[in-house]
Design a binder for this molecule. Structure first.
Ligand SMILES: Nc1ncnc2c1ncn2[C@@H]1O[C@H](COP(=O)(O)OP(=O)(O)OP(=O)(O)O)[C@@H](O)[C@H]1O
Ligand SMILES: [Mg+2]
Length: 437
């Protein structure tokens, strides 16, 4: 059903439907006009013939002569095909004495009590000496004309419309198939799989093939530049890692030789911070590259939240926070357990670090995870900016941290195809992460 709806919404299908509608309208108008003209021509011919008959019967000016002429002619005529009647001073004579229509010339259904007359007739009425003469002929020719038009309509117009519609549906299906291939590739590219390329599209090359080739070229260029960038970052990280590690070792040695020197302790702490920032930056880059997706397994969010709560309870106690966990039918999603644990850890850490002692509530509702505290919160205008790498609010500059926690959360959520929303907990911050079940 969904596929059919999808096909109905494609451009070729819409074009087909419009063309079929246009074709039907034009054909029906042409048919209508032709039928009307043919009907009129038939009616004109019938009128002329009936007028001639009336003129012949009313050649005399005397009502008795007309009545006798009509009586004789009516007796000879077959009432199935010809109706004759004279309404004169002496009453009505003829082979039909039933009710008559008001119109002078019309196609009418006639029926009399004797049963001799029954059917459709074209009837002409004319004033003549002493009364009115009516002559009619059967309307078979008109019925035949209608029949022919109806047959032409059913045997040409309808099949043509059905054929065009059928062709349109086939084209639309094919084009929907091609578009789906393009959409799938775009979706993969959008979620960071820059190696995604279009499969060979079925059918002869057309404008969609050109669009596909354009997408492939764009993806190749993007992949090349991202990989160059990654290479540079990896080189920098690699080149800096060894000197920083050497620096850490040297500082340790210096601290061993000169214990109690606070300057050296601070320098060692700074170096640890640099190492942590480095690792976090590298991890974000790796996650954005999409490579952890290969390690996805089923992850039970309920048990993960339980583990993380137990892990952070001592830290919460230390900072004076009351960390609680609420589970509402916790769901299972496909993902990387360690990274999903990191999301919960970063959010709890933020609540402990950036809000004064108070309640911190972790909730898992189906496949949605929420962490809410009752601290100062984050102003709405900054709720997007805090997701940037290394961005911290002014008031947090004095707290430890490097402003990478939420950037990492954002990258992990995106990797899992989920959404991240920061909102006001009135007071406090509420972070909601929603995954697809
Ligand atoms: N629960 C919270 N309440 C108030 N402000 C917050 C909260 N969580 C984050 N913030 C603000 O958002 C900024 C960015 O958070 P983020 O987690 O990215 O970095 P960080 O906690 O400062 O450092 P890191 O997580 O890298 O150790 C924080 O510096 C803080 O100003
Ligand atoms: Mg943080």
């Amino acid at each position: 059903m969904n596929r059919l709806l999808e096909v109905l919404r494609t451009t070729p299908m819409r074009l087909t439907l419009r063309l079929v509608a246009l074709f039907l309208v034009v054909s029906l108008v042409t048919f209508g006009v032709t039928w009307w003209l043919a009907n009129n021509a038939l009616m004109d011919a019938a009128e002329t013939a009936l007028e001639l008959q009336i003129d012949a019967l009313s050649a005399s000016d005397r009502p008795e002569d007309i009545a006798s002429a009509v009586r004789t002619a009516a007796a000879r005529a077959d009432a199935d095909h010809v109706i004759l009647r004279y309404d004169g001073p002496q009453g009505s004579v003829g082979n039909y004495l039933g009710p008559l229509p008001k119109d002078k010339l019309a196609e009418v259904r006639l029926k009399d009590e004797t049963g001799d007359v029954e059917g459709s007739y074209i009837l002409l009425r004319k004033k003549v000496a002493g009364g009115e003469l009516s002559a009619g002929q059967d309307a078979d020719a008109f019925h035949d004309l209608r029949e022919i038009f109806l047959q032409v309509l059913t045997f040409t117009l309808l099949p043509t419309a059905l054929l065009v519609l059928g062709g349109g549906i086939i084209f639309a299906f094919r084009s929907a198939q091609r578009l789906r291939a393009i959409e799938d590739t775009l979706e993969r590219l959008a979620t960071g799989d820059l190696a995604a390329r279009l499969p060979t599209l079925p059918g002869a090359p057309d404008d969609l093939t050109r669009v596909g080739l354009g997408i492939d070229r764009l993806a190749a260029a993007q992949e090349a530049s991202v990989s160059a960038l990654r290479q540079v970052s990896a080189d920098i990280a690699h080149d800096l890692k060894t000197p920083i590690q050497r620096l850490a070792v040297l500082l340790d040695q210096a601290r061993a030789q000169a214990p109690g020197l606070t300057l050296l302790d601070r320098a060692a702490a700074e170096v640890d911070g640099i190492v942590a920032t480095f690792q976090a930056l590298l991890q974000i880059a790796q996650i954005e590259g999409g490579s952890p997706r290969a390690r996805f397994t089923a992850v039970d969010l309920g048990s993960l939240a339980q583990t993380m709560t137990e892990l952070y309870e001592p830290a919460a106690l230390e900072t004076g926070h009351d960390l609680t966990l609420t589970l509402h039918a916790p769901g299972t999603i496909r993902g990387e357990r360690t990274l999903l644990g990191q999301v919960i850890a970063n959010l709890i850490e933020n609540a402990l670090r950036h809000s004064p002692p108070g309640p911190v509530v972790l909730t898992v509702d189906g496949t949605a995870i929420t962490v809410a505290d009752r601290g100062p919160g984050i102003p709405a205008a900054e709720q997007q900016t805090v997701l940037r790498r290394l961005y911290r609010l002014d008031r947090s500059r004095s707290t430890p941290g490097s402003g990478l926690g939420l950037a990492l959360v954002d990258a992990i959520v995106k990797l899992h195809g989920g959404t991240l929303k920061l909102s006001d907990n009135a007071p406090g911050l509420r972070v909601t992460v929603e995954f697809q079940p």
